[in-house]
Design a protein around this ligand. Structure first.
Ligand code: ZN
Length: 213
């Protein structure tokens, strides 16, 4: 699945409490950015190597949807999306702060190698069913983030329509849909586990390469 992925879209600031914890205003329209497909790495229990000498690496747990069909005006999310997964939109936060100040592109902070760990994909149950369960991130066995798609600022339909109209959306594309509050820095050796409805969908341990620890 990961090898066939085409475009990797991500949405920033899509949960009010997360925008607030970062001191960011809530956007008036979806704030999209992309990652190279090389950012994707499967959360299959093994370790994931990340840059450890460029300041803090923050975790952002997110719901990820996989697009199955070419977009056409009026198409519903339940027709467009065939699978969903949980993922981490890893962020070099100190790098991002510098880039923001300079007005530089976000690639160095958001698009580095292995910056998008993903669980395996599961069949998409439909938007209504998604709202019935929370997704959670556990770090070293302790809950760090909990989200529910009903708390999104821009819902899945809005995200799909907006992305398709501005950038194009088609089979093989994936969309990271934003993170709830509770983001924080990773330490070398941290164990991360993503859960849907309290069931584990994937895990990994973090190796920060070049870190002092
Ligand atoms: Zn994010």
């Amino acid at each position: 699945m990961l090898k066939q992925t085409r475009n990797v879209y991500c949405v920033g600031r899509n949960y009010r409490a997360h925008a607030a914890e970062m001191g960011n205003a809530v956007p008036e329209q979806p704030m999209l950015f992309g990652k190279p497909t090389h950012a994707l790495v499967e959360m299959d229990g093994r370790h994931i190597v990340l840059p450890g000498a460029q300041g803090s690496v923050h975790y952002e747990a997110e719901l990820v949807v996989h697009i199955a069909r070419p977009y056409e005006s009026g198409i519903r999310v339940d027709e467009m999306v065939d699978q969903y997964a949980l993922g981490l939109d890893l962020t070099l936060r100190d790098v991002q702060d510098t880039l923001k100040k300079k007005g530089y592109p976000w690639l160095a902070a958001k698009g580095f190698l292995h910056s998008a760990p993903l669980t395996a994909f599961r069949p998409f149950p439909g938007v209504a069913a998604l709202q019935q369960a929370d997704f959670t991130l556990r770090k070293n066995g302790i809950e760090a983030q909990r989200g529910n798609v009903k708390n999104m600022i821009f819902d899945l339909q809005t995200l799909v329509d907006f992305t398709a109209r501005h950038y194009g959306l088609g089979p093989g594309d994936v969309l990271f849909t934003g993170t709830p509050e509770g983001v924080g820095a990773l330490a070398d050796g941290d164990r991360l586990e993503l859960l849907w409805d309290e069931q584990s969908w994937g895990a990994c341990s973090i190796r920060l390469e070049g870190s002092a620890s």
